[in-house]
Design a protein around this ligand. Structure first.
Ligand code: IPE
Ligand code: IPE
Ligand code: MG
Length: 235
């Protein structure tokens, strides 16, 4: 693939599982199953392209408001995928991170998440962050609570300090945010970190989002002119 700059960090809002299923006359749960299965090939494509950080939005703090059986089904599928995929991801050198809160998740899943983070912590090829039970506003509330608990004096509060207290501490900000299924909104995803991210929206539903679609988004990113508020000649 010929590309310009390759994004260091790509973040994906994996949307459209329900519409994918409806278009096939299937229950929404089948869309979620197909969606969870599509994470693996996209992780592979990121490794091929040389992307160092991939973040996927799997379940938002607002998704708890969906019908109970949908929530339960989705959480079950995500937990199963974590347990099934972790050993292979580890062999491939993928480090798994979690963005969000473990509270409210089933106890055995909390343990599975901790085990996956622990097992893969020294891997360097790709950092795969799962935004799971994640909300950008909840993340900011959590950060402010920690800063206050640490008795940080007001004049020491800086952008860097806030960044260090977010779930994403240590990760670079996303360069490219991809949203599938056509919506043009962030839905509470990485609202602090997205300040200067490039945005790419595609009508393709997440279960159909292919390696070729990812390559297309990355190619488009390579043609963008990022200015960060300055003038092009300064960047
Ligand atoms: C994305 O698909 C998965 C989650 C939000 C958890 P949706 O379930 O939102 O699919 P649509 O938007 O109803 O098509
Ligand atoms: C965003 O999708 C959350 C995830 C992809 C996990 P939603 O389907 O929940 O977003 P809205 O409700 O359309 O904004
Ligand atoms: Mg949706």
């Amino acid at each position: 693939m010929t590309v310009g700059a390759i994004p260091q960090h790509v973040a994906i809002i994996m949307d459209g599982n329900g519409r994918w299923a409806r278009a096939r006359g299937l229950p929404r749960s089948q869309g979620h199953r197909a969606g969870v299965e599509n994470i693996r090939p996209i992780v592979e494509a990121c490794v091929e392209i040389g992307i160092r950080y991939l973040t996927v939005f799997a379940f938002s703090t607002e998704n708890w408001s969906r019908p109970e059986d949908e929530v339960e089904g989705l959480i079950g599928l995500l937990g199963e995928a974590l347990v099934r995929e972790t050993p292979e991801l580890h062999r491939e050198g993928v480090r798994i991170c979690h963005l969000g809160s473990l509270e409210r998740l089933p106890e055995e899943q909390q343990q599975a998440v901790r085990a996956a983070l622990d097992l893969t912590r020294d891997n360097q090829r790709l950092v795969l962050s799962a935004a799971y039970n994640y909300g950008g506003r909840a993340e900011l509330v959590h950060a402010v609570q920690r800063i206050i608990a640490e008795r940080v004096p007001p004049e020491k509060v800086s952008e860097e300090l806030i960044s260090c207290h977010l779930y994403t501490a240590g990760l670079p900000d996303p360069d490219l945010i991809i949203r599938t299924a056509g919506e043009m909104r962030l839905s509470n995803f990485l609202i602090w970190q997205a300040a200067y991210a490039e945005f790419w929206s595609t009508p393709v539903y997440w279960p159909d989002f292919s390696k070729a679609d990812l390559y297309q988004a990355v190619r488009d990113y390579g043609r963008r002119k990022r200015k960060f508020g300055g003038l092009l000649e300064q960047v």
